[in-house]
Write a protein of this length. Structure first.
Length: 156
């Protein structure tokens, strides 16, 4: 009886350790989700695309000449882009792009951001965040800290 209880406890302990190890290990999907590559050449001028990177919405706007220039523009293949994490810096809602007004508007508490992601009205305390990125020709690699990203962060 004592032997049987001891053996059961030992087997239970092994299963517990295996379970704990599985909990500690990152999921395969998390490891693979570190980088997202986006082909910018498919965007038209003035078009906004939303892609997912690390479970966050990323707004990519190909700017027209009328939208002007900003130090936070990402320049790739002669075009300028606004690339920001699409989560309001107030409480994290997803702002909507109002193309006709050329701004991002957060429906939760009325926060507004300009075409470059700068907070211009309402409660958001700072601009929309810029995700780490690298430019590779017409490709944008989200999650990689390229030289353009490091330079942009230095100036901020
Ligand atoms: S969460 Fe966007 S304004 Fe409050």
């Amino acid at each position: 009886m004592g032997f049987a209880l001891g053996a059961t406890a030992a087997v239970g302990g092994v299963f517990t350790l295996v379970g704990m190890k599985k909990t500690w290990d990152p999921l395969p999907s998390v490891k693979a989700a570190g980088f997202t590559t986006v082909d910018l050449s498919v965007l038209s001028e003035g078009e906004l695309r939303t892609v997912e990177w690390r479970k966050k919405p990323i707004f990519i706007l190909k700017k027209t000449e009328q939208m002007g220039q900003s130090p936070t523009d990402i320049v790739a293949d002669g075009s300028r882009y606004t690339v920001v994490i699409g989560l309001c810096t107030h409480l994290g809602c997803i702002p909507a792009f109002h193309k006709d007004e050329q701004k991002f508007v957060c429906a939760c508490h009325g926060g507004q951001f300009d075409i470059n992601g700068k907070n211009i009205s309402g409660p958001p305390p700072r601009p929309l965040e810029i995700p780490p990125f690298a430019v590779d020709g017409t490709k944008l690699v989200l999650g990689e800290e390229g030289p353009e990203y490091k330079k942009m962060i230095e100036k901020a």
